[in-house]
Design a protein around this ligand. Structure first.
Ligand code: SAM
Ligand code: SF4
Length: 317
């Protein structure tokens, strides 16, 4: 279905939980989340019904996210059932990789085609700092399990944080020489109470290009990333610039939170509730959400914070 600005909405980001086994500083508060009542969250059957309703409106691609989607007990079943919905051509998962040693194969067998794995630094101490609780060896164990499980594509996502990982842009980018993966750098977005980074932490994607003068541009693949490649690399470098150069005019996505709210725009607090509705009710709410998708997300920077009304773990990125 197209929205009122003529954008064809084909991509649903589906958050299955707000909970996480890490506490990344730009994403969620140290104390974690105030666990909502089970009764407020979508059940597995409601999630699948929402996917069916979305598919009936032209959604073809699903990304399962969170919080950390792999802490959800029934994640394999959700992925399997979502992948089987008529009209859904692609199911992808975004994860911090920690639980992949156990789950990579079952997810692949359930029909998940692609994985995005989050890694902001190669340094164990810095990884422990940015995730507040994480152990980088758990990331690498998950990464290798994913490589062995035969996914069609693996991408690594790093959030760019000035003064933290801008000195690692070259070694992170060189992962594309070592492995057949894409490396993506994402500008940090100022969510409402996620981290107290000062303005110097919000660096533009152009900083990556300054550090990698030898990259050559690659034709876009239909996604929101600007693509480049290092000589002799096995994968691309993707630059995602929601802050310095927004791509709202090409946005083809909507989001569904774990508590059943459709968000037509990541950075707006306008939400459409699906919890408790039947197929027709969910479809009508999704239709309204798509039609009313705003033209753009407004200014975003250290002073103009996101108007999402939620932190990233409650939306899904
Ligand atoms: N837990 C999973 C993970 O970390 O991959 C999935 C959920 S996480 C919210 C999805 C993506 O959002 C991750 O790549 C994460 O780095 C990114 N993210 C979280 N907070 C962000 C922020 N403030 N700005 C930009 N990206 C952010
Ligand atoms: Fe958890 Fe992902 Fe947020 Fe990190 S970015 S706290 S892993 S949800």
């Amino acid at each position: 279905m197209t929205d009122r600005f003529g954008r064809n909405i084909t991509y649903l980001r589906l958050s299955v939980t707000e909970l996480c086994n890490l506490r990344c500083r730009y994403c969620m508060p140290q104390e974690g989340v105030c666990k909502k009542s089970h009764a407020d969250m979508l059940t597995e059957d409601e999630i699948i019904q929402a996917v069916e309703a979305a598919a009936s409106l032209g959604i073809t691609k699903l990304r399962i996210t969170g919080g950390e989607p792999l802490v959800k007990k029934n994640i394999v079943s959700i992925c399997r059932r979502a992948a089987a919905v008529a009209g859904i051509r692609e199911v992808c998962v975004t994860t911090n990789a920690v639980l992949l040693p156990k789950l990579a194969k079952p997810l692949r067998e359930a029909g998940v085609r692609r994985l995005n794995l989050s890694l902001d630094t190669l340094n164990p101490e810095k990884y422990a700092y940015i995730t507040r609780t994480g152990d980088i060896s758990a990331f690498w164990a998950g990464f290798h399990a994913a490589m062995e499980a035969g996914f069609e594509k693996i991408k690594i996502n790093a959030v760019l944080v000035g003064g933290f990982n801008d000195d690692e842009i070259v070694p992170l980018a060189e992962l594309t020489k070592q492995y057949p993966v894409d490396m993506r750098f994402i500008e940090m977005m100022p969510m409402y109470d996620s981290g107290d980074f000062d303005s110097s932490a919000y660096i533009p994607y152009t900083r990556v290009l300054e550090k990698l003068p030898e990259v050559v541009p690659v034709m876009p693949d239909g996604g929101v990333a600007k693509l480049y490649r290092l000589p002799d690399a096995q994968g691309n470098i993707g630059l995602i610039s929601p802050v310095s150069a927004h791509f709202c005019g090409d946005c083809n996505r909507i989001r569904l939170t774990a508590d059943g709210k459709v968000k037509p725009c990541l950075h707006s607090d306008v939400e459409y509730a699906l919890k408790g509705l039947d197929f027709a009710g969910m479809r009508a709410q999704l239709e309204k959400a798509i039609w009313n998708k705003p033209a753009w997300h407004g200014d975003l920077d250290a002073i103009h914070r996101s108007q999402a009304g939620r932190n990233m773990n409650q939306i899904g990125g």
